[in-house]
Design a protein around this ligand. Structure first.
Ligand code: AMP
Ligand code: GLY
Length: 703
């Protein structure tokens, strides 16, 4: 094969950089030009100072240079008919004709097409009259999806939550003509994860690319304004092969056939913006081009020669099925602070040459030897890994080498793939409580009375008040008998002990709980000792503690018991794994350690001020942190893939509840992690209820 092909790429963002990068791996390609290109593209191609919509200029350039193949990136160039003009002049070009580009440029054309050919999408109607559109929207459930019909650079879609928002949007689309004269498509609101499915398409021939997912919102947790895309990755775990095969056949191939039948065959990239709804995969939108930033994560996986694919499609002849590497990629966009609003430009970016990953430039400029920011989205760093976690670990490590104060980026790219890994104590405790409720109903029938719990609170510490009320309320919800006994702050130890003695002898009472901490005139240990072992639902009594350590039947303390349930939820097999417990309290750290030992884990109990705590926590397959101090464990102290249980309950500087673990950072490395609140806390209450039922059963059965 001779390296003699000359290629012109039309466009200039990160997407075109990825196309240029893929072309530069072709053994046939001798030289690449890019119009207008950018600073990064300029390292791999020769930038040509022509606008992407300057069809006449581009055509002249291609003829003069003897270009073998032109590849079009942006939709703007396609919709002004660059492909039609090049073909008329007898030049080879990869991209759709103007007529075929309508699948993207006209929302109504796409909807009619899908309707006619049975391609799954949201139900819709289209309007050009304001009154008519408003009446239709108001007669249907909210939210309503309003799409301006015409290319509006992603700004043409409004999700209206209510009638007022819908009216304002319709007014600006149909009366104010903000977007130019047009029509509005009103469609039903769909739910589910969105993903992108691109394919090279030539008439009815469809060559699928790996699936990917974009992140459109500016900030972590999918918050903030919509952007052109803040990151993307491949290897979506929530889309099954069945979903993918369905989408290929019923969506991409069906659309390709439909376009042929309509007399405007596709000859470029078809991009399906899809959603996995409860009723199956449906189309949100079609694009007639490579997606951005999806292309930057998809094309690096291509092992075949992209020049072969482009030229086959451009000539309308079959291509070999493209071969893709069996790995995943993940890319994070570095954007100018202020984007997608206004932002200053021209800041120096340093350290890019140290990045050991693909760097695609989006909006950069060279000034002498200095690299400057020159756009909203500035560059994208893309890594490859055996799995998403590995790719993400690497991308953030490489990103850290880029030095520029004027940039920001999202820390949670691929969260849709990893978010399932939340150990949701609220949900788990909810289902445990529902089971208990059912069981308690049956117990009453069988034994003729309900389990019964007494909760004693001394004084009026507000946090304790909340805890005890919650416990009593839960017991009542579950159908137990429950009483709250309130004693004054200055009550004597003797009076409290007398009350406990009284409750110990009550034959109708199964559980006694004294809310800790107690005022200083009272010796806590003596109070705990006074509770009858068989009514000690907290599992704090020395006889229960002794039995736990001796491996005899006992009441297992609530928080440790709940923690083990959460660890089990992760599905980890503890046998032979290393568990690290940070915090050595009698009510959490030590009993958790014992329970983990009983499951054949290797256990390390560590003091929070252990010298080089990080080297200890980094060994943990299971990490339990129960110290009561914010950020005892930072993200870098978590072993990748660990199960992390955060028992802490603290307030941060802004007064928000937080745990002992830096959740935002740790969840990027953990395979499973508990949130605060909503992790261990709700489990403790559920276990208290379970213990009360167990104490009840033990007493009834011993009679
Ligand atoms: P589009 O410009 O068509 O990609 O729409 C922008 C975004 O609006 C999409 O990425 C979706 O998040 C959302 N969207 C569009 N149509 C719908 C729909 N029918 N139901 C729910 N969300 C939608
Ligand atoms: N990533 C969305 C698009 O390219 O339209």
């Amino acid at each position: 094969m001779t390296r003699d092909k000359k290629v012109l790429v039309v466009g200039g963002g990160g997407r075109c950089h990825a196309i240029v990068d893929a072309l530069s791996r072709s053994p046939q390609v001798a030289k690449i030009w890019c119009a207008p290109g950018n600073a990064g593209i300029g390292l791999q191609a020769e930038n040509v100072p022509l606008k992407d919509t300057d069809v006449a200029g581009l055509l002249k350039f291609a003829q003069e240079q003897g270009i073998d193949l032109t590849v079009v990136g942006p939709e703007a160039a396609l919709s002004v008919g660059i492909v039609d003009a090049f073909r008329a002049a007898g030049l080879r070009i990869f991209g759709h004709t103007r007529a075929a580009t309508r699948i993207e440029s006209s929302k109504e054309f796409a909807k009619v097409l899908m309707d006619k050919y049975g391609i799954p999408t949201a139900a819709y109607r289209s309007f050009d009259g304001f009154e008519e559109a408003l009446a239709y929207v108001n007669a249907r459930p909210f939210p309503a999806v309003l799409k301006y019909d015409g290319l509006a650079a992603g700004k043409g879609v409004v999700i209206a939550a209510n009638a007022a928002e819908a009216e304002a949007a319709l007014r600006s689309m149909l009366l104010d003509e903000t977007f130019g004269k047009g029509r509005v498509v009103v469609e039903d609101f769909l739910t589910g994860p969105e993903f992108s499915f691109m394919a090279f398409v030539d008439g009815e021939r469809v060559y699928p690319m790996p699936l990917s997912q974009d992140h459109k919102r500016a900030f972590d947790g999918d918050r903030g304004p919509n952007t052109g895309g803040m990151g993307a990755y491949t290897g979506l775990p929530f889309i099954t092969e069945e979903d993918r095969a369905f989408a290929q056949k019923e969506i991409l191939e069906a659309a390709a056939k439909a376009m042929v039948a309509e007399g405007c065959p596709l000859s470029g990239v078809l991009y399906g913006g899809l959603m996995k709804t409860p009723d199956g995969v449906k189309v949100i939108e079609f694009n007639a081009r490579f997606g951005d930033p999806e292309t930057e994560v998809v094309l690096p996986l291509l092992e075949s020669d992209i020049y072969d694919i482009f030229s086959a499609v451009a000539e309308g002849r079959p291509a070999a099925q493209p071969v893709w590497r069996n790995a995943v990629t993940l890319g994070v966009v570095l954007a100018s602070k202020g984007y997608p609003g206004s932002y200053p430009k021209g800041f120096e970016i340093q350290g890019v040459e140290d990045v050991d990953a693909r760097v695609y430039h989006m909006g950069t400029k060279l000034d002498g030897g200095r690299l400057l920011t020159n756009g909203g989205r500035v560059m994208m760093v893309v890594t490859e890994g055996a799995d998403i976690r590995a790719a993400r670990e690497k991308v953030y490590a490489e990103l850290a080498k880029v030095r520029c104060d004027a940039l920001f980026f999202r820390r949670d790219i691929a969260h849709w793939a990893l978010d399932g890994k939340l150990l949701d104590g609220k949900a788990l405790s909810g289902s445990i409580k529902e089971d208990l409720r059912e069981r308690i109903g049956k117990l009453e029938v069988k034994y003729g009375r309900k389990p019964s719990l007494a909760v004693i609170i001394v004084g009026n510490n507000p946090a304790s008040q909340v805890y005890v009320r919650n416990k009593v309320k839960t017991a009542i919800y579950l159908g137990m008998n429950s009483r709250l006994i309130t004693m004054a702050e200055d009550v004597s130890e003797a009076a409290l002990l007398e009350m406990i003695d009284h409750l110990n002898r009550d034959p109708e009472l199964d559980g006694i709980l004294v809310q800790l901490p107690l005022p200083k005139q009272i010796n806590e240990a003596r109070v705990i000792d006074a509770i009858a072992k068989e009514k000690d639902v907290d599992g704090f009594h020395p006889l229960n503690v002794a039995d736990l350590w001796l491996g005899r039947p006992c009441t297992v303390p609530c928080t440790p018991k709940g923690i083990l349930r959460l660890i089990d939820e992760s599905g980890i097999d503890l046998q032979g794994k290393t568990a690290v417990v940070v915090g050595r309290s009698n009510i959490v750290g030590k009993p958790v350690a014992k329970l983990l030992l009983d499951r054949n884990a290797t256990v390390i109990i560590a003091h929070s001020r252990t010298k080089d705590l990080k080297s200890v926590t980094l060994q943990a397959d299971v990490l339990v942190v129960a110290v009561g101090k914010q950020n005892v464990v930072t993200g870098d102290m978590v072993k990748p893939g660990a199960v992390v249980i955060d028992v802490g309950m603290n307030r941060d500087a802004e007064g928000r509840l937080c745990g002992d673990v830096d959740y935002t950072e740790a969840r990027l490395r953990a395979s499973w992690i508990t949130p605060v609140p909503g992790g261990v806390g709700p489990m403790t209450i559920a276990m208290l209820m379970e213990n009360t039922v167990e104490c009840f059963l033990a007493r009834m059965d011993s009679k």
